[in-house]
Design a protein around this ligand. Structure first.
Ligand code: IVH
Length: 708
């Protein structure tokens, strides 16, 4: 289903796919924002977000409560104080093709009720590839600097920001309260010098300038930040006690006058053609700028129009980021290795002759699955013109800024005459069990389950991971060592909770006397494990590593069942495809047949079930309370707009109402709570009167929602 075209998904598949995407996007957000260690490329990330948006557009009713299109960033790193942003820090919608730029212009015009000939100006400026920062000045003094975090709350990095020379500490002019937003970044030259120092000091070099900037700004010790050459460009603002200007360009000029660096390539454009011309100009300069940019940002210039356009849940309607295409390079494919994942998926990995792609040396890349290697998509249609990929081939590697690159293309004209088509294994390379492909699955999976050491160890890694049990001192490396250990082994999650007891009983060699362990680290590990004997239900469900049950889905199951006993009882009693427990499971908004089948199966598979039971015997599982609704005077109400609205377009009214938690319907029925009627309202106002539904005018509506 993962590879299936959005138009072809059934409703159940779409629901399961949205759940999968929510999990994958949440994981990618965590890797990127909290760990500064992205595992997928920006292009792949954008691909996940786009697919999610396309499915939501086709099935609006399936949109999840935790939809990724409603979220900006990710969880915060521990160690910094949290700061609630006075004005949310949002992200930008992406555009990739010239048509997307024309669409953007169209949408803005339509929303504002402007004809195609009405003048409409935009600014265009480089999209800096760094991390955003909010700088708060009160009476001209820098009082706080905060990262974006999840958009609502960021990390307080004030002391670190004070060490950045580009950021003024005092302003001699400007509003009493002024929040300047912009990007912290590192130049190519400074990045190269920093990495040379890292290597000389025996430290790990940074993957790219953005990771170096993020890692440097988010240092608990500001003296380290001071030693790192960070730069800043101002391009936006948060809370203001007085307006900065009437236009975006005016605001940027104001920033420059106040002493902030602003990007010299910022231009004013009168429409999509001019925007495309600037895009090409900036793209041509990209390689010589001396810092990383990953696209061009377009913004409506008139701030009164920006105000009217407002926001969707996480992105403004008045701006868009036009991304550059990914970077490419050709190299030789030396081998194809198969890795076995937690759910048994066999993933082919390309081992490459090392090559530099966009400044980073690449020696591994993903080949996705066997169809991809064979040159066809999940439906059997040719991709890359049907060209297969063989060991020894020259392949094009693709990287959009980050780790795990992909193989995009193959040059068959350079293929050796004795190159053989790649034969994808039908047995698991780790345990020798049959590896099978289920109908409709693009992935071949090992059937060994817990018998397969690769699956067992990957499951354990998942079990101790951050969003699951998050056990300090028990990371992926230690899990591998304990898994292979003969004296004090950990083969399944329950073994973690008997570790201290087994260590104490073993008179031969205690953990504290072993390589890599001391008295302190062993004691700390046992204490960290002890602390996790009490675990929230959602974390436990996620930790079980059931296929299709990601963090978001685990949260849905936990809030629905509330406690472990109820969840376990329901899964045990349930039958796939029928019965009250099955119906009840599918009634959860965001749970589809695929997820439900997988959860039930996990509890009905004898070995797996026994392993779950052994684990839970060691735990106290905390209950999870159901989620509360959005607070606003119209939250949960069904509203109908009718007649001519004079102070806003229909789209604007609908978006505003939905943002406040209301449901906007097209016709009046007994379920309608409120009708907002403008001049010329006809049958709908009459229907409302007949049903006794309250009817108010536009001014009363604006008053009600606090916009009057
Ligand atoms: S405007 C409400 N302008 O891109 C939108 N953002 O994907 C405010 N970024 O979080 C952002 N250069 O970190 C804007 N010239 C620019 C930018 C820019 C880089 C980053 C920023 C933002 C992200 C959105």
């Amino acid at each position: 289903m993962q590879g299936k075209a959005v138009e072809e998904l059934t409703e159940d598949e779409a629901r399961a796919e949205l759940a999968r995407l929510a999990g994958a996007i949440a994981a990618a957000n965590r890797d990127y924002h909290t760990r500064d260690a992205p595992e997928i490329s920006d292009a792949d990330y954008d691909g996940l977000k786009q697919r999610n948006a396309a499915i939501e557009a086709r099935f609006p009713g399936l949109k999840r409560a935790d939809s990724p299109s409603e979220q900006v960033g990710a969880a915060l790193a521990e160690g910094f104080a949290r700061v609630r942003h006075a004005v949310r820090m949002l992200s930008l919608e992406n555009a990739f093709a010239p048509e997307d730029v024309a669409d953007f212009d169209d949408r803005v015009r339509k929303y504002l009720g402007l004809g195609p000939e009405a003048p409409l100006l935009f600014t265009a400026e480089p999209k800096i590839d760094g991390l955003s920062l909010n700088l708060r000045y009160v009476a001209g003094r820098l009082v706080q600097a905060a990262t974006r975090g999840d958009g609502e709350e960021g990390e307080n990095v004030t002391e670190n920001a004070r060490t950045i020379a580009d950021i003024p500490q005092h302003l001699t002019d400007g509003p009493e309260v002024l929040e300047v937003r912009g990007e912290v970044y590192m130049s190519h030259a400074d990045f190269a010098a920093l990495n040379a120092r890292q290597i000389a000091a025996g430290e790990k070099p940074f993957a790219n300038p953005r990771n170096a900037a993020a890692g440097s700004l988010r240092q608990l010790d500001a003296t380290i930040t001071r030693a790192r050459p960070l730069r800043f460009f101002a391009y936006a603002w948060g809370e203001l006690s007085a307006p900065l200007a009437d236009t975006q360009m005016g605001a940027i000029e104001r920033f420059a006058a106040l002493g902030f660096p602003t990007n010299p390539l910022t231009r004013l454009c009168d429409g999509p053609e001019a925007l495309m011309a600037i895009y090409r100009e900036i793209e041509a300069k990209r390689a010589t700028l001396g810092y990383d940019i990953d696209g061009v940002v377009y913004k409506v210039n008139d701030l009164a129009l920006q105000q009217r356009l407002g926001f969707r849940s996480t992105t403004p309607r008045w701006a868009i980021a036009h991304k550059f295409p990914a970077e490419l390079a050709w190299t030789r494919l030396e081998a194809i290795d198969i890795q076995v994942g937690r759910t048994g998926a066999l993933s082919p990995v390309a081992r490459l002759l090392p090559v530099t792609v966009g400044g980073v040396v690449v020696s591994n890349a993903t080949l996705h699955n066997e169809d991809y290697i064979a040159g066809r998509d999940a439906k059997g249609n040719p991709i890359r013109g049907g060209k297969d990929i063989r060991v020894g081939d020259w392949v094009q590697v693709y990287r959009a800024g980050d780790v795990i690159p992909k193989v995009a293309d193959v040059d068959v004209s350079r293929r050796s005459p004795d190159a053989q088509p790649y034969v994808f294994p039908h047995v698991c390379p780790e345990c020798g069990s049959a590896a099978i492909r289920e109908e409709g699955d693009s992935v071949r999976r090992c059937t060994g389950g817990l018998v397969c050491p690769a699956q067992a160890v990957e499951r354990l890694k998942h079990f101790v991971s951050r969003a699951a049990f998050d056990i300090d001192g028990l990371g992926a490396k230690q899990v591998e060592a304990f898994f292979a250990d003969t004296v004090l082994p950990i083969r399944e999650p329950a073994d973690i909770f008997t570790l201290a007891e087994r260590d104490a009983a073993n008179s031969l060699q205690k953990l504290k006397n072993r390589d890599g362990w001391g008295d302190r680290s062993a004691t700390n590990l046992f204490a960290a494990i002890e602390a996790r004997r009490v675990i929230p239900l959602n974390r436990l469900i996620f930790a079980l590593g059931i296929r299709h049950v990601g963090e978001a889905a685990a949260g849905l199951l936990a809030t629905h069942y509330g406690n472990w006993a109820a969840f376990e009882r329901a899964m045990t009693a349930a039958t796939v495809g029928e019965g009250p427990e099955w119906e009840d499971l599918l009634a959860i908004d965001g749970v589809g047949a695929v997820l439900a089948t997988s959860a039930i199966t996990a509890f009905h598979q004898a070995a797996e079930r026994a392993s779950i039971d052994r684990l839970v015997a060691h735990l106290t599982v905390e209950e999870v309370a159901p989620r509360g609704p959005v607070e606003s005077p119209v939250a949960g109400k069904t509203v109908v707009f009718t007649g001519t609205l004079e102070r806003m377009t229909r789209a604007e009214a609908k978006a505003r109402a939905e943002a406040l938690g209301a449901k906007v319907a097209g016709s009046v029925s007994a379920k309608t709570d409120l009708v907002v009627a403008g001049p010329g309202a006809g049958s709908k106002a009459k229907a409302a009167a007949a049903l006794g539904v309250e009817v108010i005018d536009e001014d009363a509506w604006l008053h009600l929602i606090g916009d009057a």
